[in-house]
Design a protein around this ligand. Structure first.
Ligand code: 56B
Length: 339
């Protein structure tokens, strides 16, 4: 089997052959119109200004933080919505993805060098359980996998990049695609690939969000000035499909919706799981295209930066803010290390 299709081509192929998930073109247009006012204000600097747990700097240490977090950026959903992992930091309880960030910052404040490859390459399972401990009775999911990935990833970063993710970024020559390839070639836990209708496809969710977060922490400058950042697609996680259905841009078949409402789990690589993820990526590509058309029509010649990265970040934050409104829409439950 040759190399997989790129995430964008994988998404197009899945959307063209999907049976249980449908991109709704009227919904795509409505979603673009809804997002247009906010879109004019999207800036790469918001990655820091809007999120207090994200690093302030743009140096090697900040890149080390991003690399560590995105190596563990998967599967935070709880079996029961009313009892989930939470990590208190600065007096605030954080859940989901933010619980991971809070735990990393808590460890750093305690003098544990959790973002140093020389530390996490040999960190023990007990130490990992302690560093990522929850302040509720519910632990963060997949703790053993997180430990295995820390050791594997730390050893590779030491062997191949002198223990510094900055070296990996500099090898990419300011190309987002080259950096994504370097990440999936060198770090096995990022190889988010599948087979669909006889074709090898890839969504590379964590590799793409790592490229995006690298671009963001460097504020699109210097080593992070990727001329092809627009080629990065949305990150196929379990939250974005939920918000896209809520906005009416994505539709599930009755059979699939019934399954998700019952809380049935889907395995990573299942046909329906691939259709949800592929159609979500394609749906966001079309919303991005429509936003660009609308801005064109409005003759907005202001330096607006519309790409799938900023659109994804905004949709993800929007989903966080509208958790209550989206309660009736199920997210798909897949337990895996890829998203
Ligand atoms: N598509 C997409 N998925 C994203 C992110 C983020 C956080 N990143 C940005 C957020 C602020 C900064 O801008 C960061 O850059 C986490 N996730 C995924 O969501 C899931 C966790 O959800 P919940 O259980 O509700 O916390 C899990 O699969 C996690 O991998 C994103 O931005 N886009």
């Amino acid at each position: 089997m040759g190399p997989p299709l790129s995430p964008r081509e994988s998404a197009r192929f899945v959307a063209e052959n999907s049976r249980d998930v449908l991109v709704d073109h009227d919904g795509v247009r409505r979603a673009a119109e809804l997002l247009l006012p906010a879109a004019a204000a999207w800036r790469v600097e918001q990655w820091k200004s809007l999120h207090e747990l994200n690093p302030r700097g743009a140096d090697e240490a900040a890149l080390g933080w991003v690399f560590l977090v995105d190596s563990l950026n998967f599967s935070f959903w709880a079996e029961r919505e009313d009892s989930k992992c939470a990590v208190r930091y600065g007096g605030t309880p954080y859940t989901g993805y933010w619980a991971l960030c809070a735990a990393v910052n808590r460890a750093l404040d305690q003098g544990i060098p959790i973002t140093s490859a020389s530390y996490y390459a040999t960190v023990s399972l007990e130490q990992v359980r302690d560093i990522f401990r929850s302040d509720t009775a519910v632990p963060m999911p997949l703790m053993e996998e997180r430990h295995r990935i820390l050791n594997e990833t730390g050893k590779i970063l030491l062997e191949k990049f002198g223990g510094s993710f900055l070296n990996c970024v500099q090898k990419s020559g300011r190309s987002a695609q080259k950096l994504m390839q370097l990440i999936v070639e060198n770090f096995p836990s990022y190889r988010d690939e599948a087979e669909f209708e006889g074709k090898r496809i890839a969504f590379y969710k964590r590799a793409q969000i790592l490229v995006a977060d690298t671009w963001s922490v460097l504020e699109g400058k210097g080593d992070g000035c990727f001329e092809d950042i627009s080629s990065i697609t949305m990150f196929a996680d379990y939250r974005l499909p939920q918000i896209l259905v809520y906005l009416g841009a994505l539709k599930y078949s009755d059979e699939l919706l019934k399954k998700l409402l019952k809380g049935e789990m889907l395995s990573n690589g299942d046909k329906q799981e691939v259709e949800i993820r592929g159609c979500s990526i394609w749906c966001v590509e079309l919303i991005r295209d429509r936003l660009l058309e609308l801005l064109e029509e409005k003759g907005k010649n202001s330096p607006v930066e519309i790409n799938s990265v900023l659109l994804d970040y905004h949709l993800w934050d929007y989903a966080r803010e509208h958790r209550e409104d989206m309660k009736g829409i199920p997210f798909h439950r897949t337990r895996c290390i890829y998203y």
